[in-house]
Ligand binder design. Structure first.
Ligand code: BDR
Ligand code: CA
Length: 337
């Protein structure tokens, strides 16, 4: 089988952890490396979390991890843009207990590995410039590393097959009424990517929330008996409980955003509806800061000069079946906890 060469850019993160597990257990993908950005937590935590997940998979010596940028390209220089943001939206303290969508450190044994010495952006530039075949980037955190790499060496464009972005939303938001977190956290980086002309597929909130996993799915995952499935079940339950405690969840289901983005690279059929349209992002610092702007005026679907596609609907059934197939019981029982 011809394997697609990919680099994952993550801010691990609960759903990032599921995305990494799914990618690493899928033969269709050859993970060249994982670059880590700030986002759900400081980049140091996200890096350690990434290493922990690779340790669970027994792949910590196989897949190199590169620590990247600790903050967005420019947005913290414009302080008023952050003043409106009253909450980080991922944690709440109640009766002395913290409930978090993204625990600061994932509930896995600490890693004994260090990230590579090379900075994530330098790794991206070097690897892409020297690539003999085009590489797909799957970016599921704020896009700082990818945006910076494009600024450092625009020539890397020629070596990128496609960038799959988890982020954005059409007429939806999670971190603000109209912005999704990955876009909001570094909108300038998102803009550099969208303006680059590189083919992009955006798997945003419309798709991920249409393919939410729930507590019954978590139970089925637990029954699989593998360490991966048990950990995914725990992450799903943790997310659902945290959102319920914060008053923003329904207490039964939630989107596992980043894993759907990875799933869409493994099997495009997990996306049931996708449109081609010109995309932009608001970087003006007002109420719509970080909002994905999709130009849905007539004509773009037919215009193959437009290189951006936006997923609008996912298939929960196909997504969950893929997770079960890839992370469930292996015949040799090699990764049963
Ligand atoms: C995105 O933001 C992060 O919290 C998640 O890991 C995901 O990448 C969802 O808006
Ligand atoms: Ca993420």
């Amino acid at each position: 089988m011809k394997r697609r060469k990919v680099i994952l850019d993550v801010d691990t993160g609960s759903d990032d952890a599921v995305a990494i597990m799914l990618a690493a257990r899928s033969e269709e993908l050859e993970i060249l490396g994982i670059t880590v950005t700030w986002g759900n937590r400081p980049v140091e935590n996200c890096t350690e979390n990434t290493l922990r997940v690779l340790k669970l998979l027994g792949k910590e010596k196989e897949i190199p991890v590169y620590k990247g940028c600790p903050q967005p390209m420019v947005r913290y220089l414009t302080r008023q843009r952050n003043a409106a943001l009253k909450t980080d939206g991922i944690s709440i303290q109640k009766d002395g207990k913290e409930y978090s969508v993204h625990p600061a450190l994932l509930n896995l044994p600490p890693s004994e590995m260090e990230p590579q010495k090379t900075h994530a952006c330098a790794y991206l530039v070097e690897t892409l410039l020297n690539a003999e075949e085009k590489i797909t980037l799957i970016a599921v955190g704020p896009y700082t590393n990818v945006g910076m790499a494009l600024r450092m060496e625009p020539g890397i464009k020629e070596h990128i097959e496609e960038i799959v972005l988890m982020g954005g939303a059409v007429n939806m938001g999670n971190i603000t009424p109209c912005a999704e977190a990955n876009f909001y956290h570094d909108p300038e980086a998102a803009k550099i990517i969208l303006d680059s002309g590189i083919p992009c597929r955006i798997v945003g909130l419309n798709a991920t929330h249409s393919a939410e996993l729930n507590l019954d799915d978590a139970r089925i995952l637990r029954e699989q008996g593998t360490a991966e499935c048990q950990f995914v079940a725990e992450l799903i339950e943790t997310r659902i409980e945290a959102l319920k405690q914060m008053g923003t969840g329904n207490g039964y289901s939630d989107a596992i955003h980043d894993a759907l983005a990875v799933a869409s690279v493994i099997d495009p059929a997990v996306i049931e509806k996708e449109v081609r349209c010109r995309c932009d992002v608001d970087i003006n610092g007002g109420a719509a800061d970080g909002e994905l702007i999709t130009d849905k005026r007539l004509g773009y679907e037919a215009d193959d000069r437009v290189k951006t596609r936006v997923a609008l609907k996912g298939s929960k059934e196909k997504f969950f079946a893929l997770l079960l197939e890839r992370l469930g019981e292996k015949k040799n029982g090699s990764h049963v906890r």
